[in-house]
Structure formats: structure tokens, C-alpha cells
Design a protein around this ligand. Structure first.
Ligand code: GDP
Length: 424
């Protein structure tokens, strides 16, 4: 059975925790898109970890962790992440890397930095991990698949040809030092040695795993609203964040994805620029940011303060729909216990008209939030294991959101730990 765990919002919904939890019953966990540009924070018996590239299933002995072909593979970063885990006492995970995954090159990171600098005020708020230049090159067909590392002669030629082109930009657009093709070639040979033990025909491996009835998890990065096509373009990420892309980014048939668990956050947070209709500011935002997540809402990759907002039912319902959610997990509910009242954005006012449908970016930029307010529950709900034991106002909040989402909420997360979960 293949199950996808994906985000309904702007990312940071707590997918890492849900994946880590569900990985217990899984055989294989796959990252299928994105790269090291976003982090999953996981707290378990080994400690607290921020994973960027590895899937969140790496903490179990029985699981195989896979980097699918859809991922932006930063090879030294992968090795560093594996070594970090091992140094903190986690058993050495079993890892496979698709031979078709493309390599994030050192110049992708440079171009990401230089371009954000060039844009100045108009920048995207990129994490500068090289993701946008990486995917641009992939689709321009000047990227490097892992398998290409094993054909030295062609590799050398391709490196020279790509450098010729990249160096025009380096010199004339960014006024930075040129890339040395020989040095780059040597770096790639080092990358080859690093990645060699993990390289695998992942699609074929998964074909057999599915035949054998293995339990497979696809772990999404970021959320619906950051999807290149269906998100808040252009303030999106450069790969698809949708469950559907799991089929492509892992190399399996789309109809094998039977369950799409969409993680929905009980309030809103976002990083980077772009429309954020239910955003809140100043003291109201500071307090939620400070109390949010586990130890505050600050980027797992960059440490920057996240933008905060009330729960946005319009965006979250769309987020679930575009994922094809079969069920939803509502997370970080415990954080909201301090509020007397909980505003929920139930509509967008655009040009004087109220809509419940999430619009395209041009319309979205004009949208103003329409709120309803529910009473708070004013107590700590961490530690509660049964749904019936939650305070009534808390259940009302969950059930209101469930109706708005048009998706059954099957799990409620009331703390960052593996066991802080209420099944319904
Ligand atoms: P991901 O990118 O979707 O995996 O999300 P993150 O890893 O950024 O998760 C957001 C933060 O929320 C992390 O620090 C988690 O430890 C924390 N977290 C996850 N679920 C819960 C929850 O139910 N309650 C609290 N308080 N924190 C949570």
C-alpha cells in the first residue's frame, strides 16, 4: 500500500512528525520532490532532529529510506545528514538514491544567492539552497543525473559545455568569478564516491516492493500553496508539492497511491514572500510565533521568524482538494490553548464580493479575510489521548474545521512528540 503524507498549507504543518509516527508501520519511506531547502523537525527517543534531505523514516531499523528521482540531491549534504544521525546514536539507516535523481551542483547554490541579491527588494525569500536554479537546469536539460557520474568521458564534456554557458551569467550578469570546469569535474568525481553505496534503480525497486505488498510512504515537502502550478505562483517552490507528483518523483504508477494523508495546521504560518490573507502582525503574531510549533515558529533551515496567521479555511480546503486528500491530520492544536477566542478565516472578500473558493494569484492579491470566531478552551491539552477527553470548545474547533475542509480529520496532534496523537 502506498500512502502519501503531504501538506495542505504553506509547509511546516508537522509532516515530519506524522511521517516519523507512521513510519513505524512502514517498510519504505521516500522523498520525491524538493531538496534540502525545507526542514522537518522530529522529536523522538534519540533526541531532536532537523532533517532536510533524508525522509523522516530514518530513525527505525526496519525501514529503507529513499531519495527519489524527483529530489534535488545535494550529495555532500546527504552524507553530512547521515553522519550527524549516526553521531547522535541513531542506527545507520538503510538508504537508496535513485540513479535518475539529479545532482544539486555547487553553482546552483551560488546562482540562488546571486539572483536573490540581484533582485533585492523583489527577491523571493529563497532559502538559497539552490533549488530554483537546479530545477531550471533540470527542465532546460542541462542537469546531471546521478548515473552520469559513472560515465567519465561524457561527464567531462558536459561539464565543459555547461560551464561555458554558466560563466556568461557569472561574468556579465552577476560579476562573479567564473566556474573552473576542471575543478568542477573533480568535485563531481568526489560526489560519485560519496553516493556510490546508495545508488539504485529506485523505480524498479519500488515496482517489486509494491508487488510484495510492502507498506510505502511518500513524504512531501512544503505544502499545496507552494506548489509550482497550483500554489501562489510565483511565490512558490520550484517543484510540485502535491501527492500526485509522488508517482513521478518516485517512479510508481499514480493509481498505487491509495491514501493521501494531508497535514493541516491548526493555525497558519508561512515563510517567504507572497499573499497570506489571514496574516496577523505585531504583538498578536509575536505571541503565536513564540508559542507555536515546538519552541517557536522559526524556519528549520534558515532560523528566520515565520509569518503567522489565523486558520484559513479557504486556503486549507483548497489545499486538501488539490492534494486529493483522503484524510486529514490536524496538527499543533495544543498551541492554541491560550486564546480566549479563535478567529477562523472562512471567506475572502475580493472586489466587494465574498468567495469561499481559493482564487488565482491575481485575485488572491486583492483578497481580504472574512472571519468568524469560536470560543477558546483555555487549557493545556497535551497529554490527552482520547478525543472525548478534549474540552468541548476544542472539539468544536476541530469539528468546525473538519466541515470546512470537507475531509475527515482522522488524527489530531496535540504535541511535538511521537505519542502526542489522538486518533479518531
Ligand atoms: P514539516 O516541514 O511539515 O515536517 O513541519 P516542521 O517539521 O516544520 O514542524 C513544525 C514544528 O511543529 C516542529 O518543530 C515540530 O516538532 C512541531 N510539531 C509538530 N506537531 C506538533 C504538535 O502537534 N504540537 C506542537 N506543539 N508542535 C508540533
Amino acid at each position: 500500500m502506498v500512502r502519501a503524507i503531504v501538506g495542505a498549507n504553506w509547509g511546516d504543518e508537522g509532516k515530519g512528525k506524522i511521517t516519523d509516527m507512521l513510519a513505524k508501520e512502514s517498510d519504505i519511506i521516500i522523498r520525491y520532490q524538493g531538496g534540502s531547502n525545507a526542514g522537518h523537525t522530529i522529536i523522538n527517543n534519540y533526541g531532536k532532529f532537523a532533517l532536510h534531505l533524508l525522509p523522516s523514516g530514518v530513525f527505525y531499523n526496519h525501514t529503507t529510506s529513499i531519495i527519489g528521482n524527483g529530489v534535488a540531491l545535494n550529495i555532500p549534504y546527504l552524507i553530512k545528514e547521515v553522519n550527524d544521525l549516526v553521531s547522535k546514536g541513531v542506527p545507520k539507516p538503510s538508504i537508496l538514491v535513485s540513479d535518475r535523481a539529479q545532482i544539486l551542483m555547487p553553482y546552483h547554490i551560488l546562482f540562488d544567492q546571486y539572483e536573490e541579491e540581484r533582485l533585492g527588494k523583489r527577491s523571493f525569500g529563497s532559502t538559497k539552497s539552490g533549488i530554483a536554479p537546479f530545477y531550471s537546469d533540470k527542465y532546460a536539460k542541462i542537469g546531471f543525473q546521478v548515473c552520469e557520474l559513472f560515465d567519465e568521458e561524457s561527464l567531462k564534456e558536459k561539464v565543459a559545455s555547461v560551464c561555458e554557458m554558466k560563466n556568461v551569467l557569472m561574468e556579465h550578469l552577476y560579476h562573479k568569478p567564473a566556474i573552473d570546469p576542471e575543478e568542477l569535474f573533480q568535485t563531481l568525481l568526489e560526489y560519485r564516491e560519496m553516493v556510490k553505496p546508495f545508488v539504485c534503480d529506485v523505480s524498479n525497486y519500488l515496482h517489486n516492493a509494491i508487488k510484495e505488498g510492502k507498506n510505502i510512504l511518500l513524504e512531501g515537502q512544503l505544502g499545496s500553496l507552494k506548489d509550482t502550478d497550483h500554489g501562489i505562483y510565483p511565490m512558490v517552490t520550484s517543484s510540485s508539492t502535491l501527492a500526485a507528483y509522488g508517482a513521478i518523483g518516485a517512479g510508481i504508477p499514480p493509481y498505487e497511491i491509495k491514501n493521501i494523508t494531508t497535514v493541516v495546521k491548526a493555525y497558519s504560518s508561512a515563510v517567504g514572500a507572497g499573499a497570506f490573507v489571514s496574516e496577523i502582525f505585531e504583538d498578536e503574531a509575536d505571541e503565536l510565533r513564540r508559542r507555536g510549533g515546538d519552541g517557536g515558529e522559526y524556519g528549520a533551515t534558515t532560523g528566520r521568524p515565520r509569518r503567522m496567521g489565523w486558520f484559513d479555511a479557504v486556503a486549507s480546503r483548497y489545499g486538501c482538494r488539490i492534494q486529493g486528500a483522503t484524510e486529514a491530520a490536524l496538527t499543533v492544536l495544543d498551541v492554541l490553548g491560550y486564546l480566549d477566542e479563535l478567529p477562523i478565516c472562512i471567506g475572502y472578500e475580493i472586489d466587494g464580493k465574498v468567495t469561499k473558493d481559493f482564487p488565482n494569484t491575481v485575485e488572491l492579491n486583492k483578497a481580504k479575510p472574512v472571519y468568524t470566531t469560536l470560543p477558546g478552551w483555555k487549557c493545556e491539552i497535551r497529554g490527552i489521548k482520547k478525543y472525548e477527553d478534549l474540552p468541548e470548545n476544542c472539539r468544536n474547533y476541530i469539528e468546525f474545521i473538519e466541515k470546512e475542509l470537507e475531509t475527515p480529520i482522522t488524527m489530531v496532534s496535540n504535541g511535538p512528540g511521537r505519542d502526542d496523537i489522538i486518533y479518531r
